[in-house]
Write a protein of this length. Structure first.
Length: 216
């Protein structure tokens, strides 16, 4: 957990498998406005937890999933609607969650082709949890709150439907909405900029990508 202050009740509820990290989200450094001193370095705990945690978890999961009796598995990452619709209060959180969505989309085809692993991401809306101040929850109209059941249903969709890979689902109140991928704005020119060049892929990963559209 990352927050501005500790939450002993929530820490106790989550048990020893969770840890608390105090973080300062103040990227705008308004308090430093009248100072001539170079500001302190920004806290990157949001990045460490919300972005790097997914990278670490994915690499560890692929290691063990390759060793399954039938090699392969399912990874469902947790993002946020803030990945799609930036929240001005939490710019570093927005960036970390947006990174998760692109990471899932970037890895999905290779993981599926090379390892029989499906990876997807769930993007919850605002949920009444112990992390969010009750006053903030009260300020949101009930129809805009997302129930836990909506999020669990999205996870189950990814676990049960073996056709889904590289997908993102926004959980918005009672609705679960597939997030469309961005169309290349300049057509084939934009697409060519991100098409895998096989020699470079081999240089980075020590074998081919297996992607049918890779450039040899």
């Amino acid at each position: 957990m990352a927050d501005l202050k500790t939450n002993d009740t929530l820490s106790l509820e989550l048990g020893r498998n969770a840890s608390f990290h105090k973080t300062d989200e103040s990227l705008y450094i308004f308090d430093h406005r009248d100072s001539d001193v170079i500001p302190p370095k920004p806290s990157l705990l949001w990045t460490d937890i919300d972005w790097k945690g997914v990278v670490y978890g994915t690499q560890l999961a692929t290691h063990f999933m390759r060793k399954n009796k039938v090699p392969g598995g399912i990874i469902v990452a947790t993002g946020s609607v803030a990945a799609l619709y930036p929240h001005a209060t939490y710019p570093k959180y927005d960036g970390a969650k947006a990174a998760v969505v692109n990471f899932v989309r970037a890895t999905s085809r290779v993981l599926k082709i090379k390892m029989n692993i499906r990876i997807n991401v769930v993007l919850p809306g605002i949920v009444a949890t112990s992390i969010i101040p009750q006053e903030m929850v009260a300020a949101v109209s009930p129809e805009c709150m997302t129930p836990f059941s909506s999020i669990v249903a999205a996870y189950n969709m990814f676990l049960e439907d073996d056709t889904l890979s590289g997908q993102a689902i926004e959980c918005s109140a009672e609705k679960r909405l597939f997030v469309p991928t961005t169309e290349p704005l300049n057509g084939h020119v934009s697409k060519r900029a991100v098409t895998v060049w096989q020699p470079l892929f081999k240089m980075y990963h020590h074998e081919g990508s297996g992607l049918p559209d890779a450039i040899e």
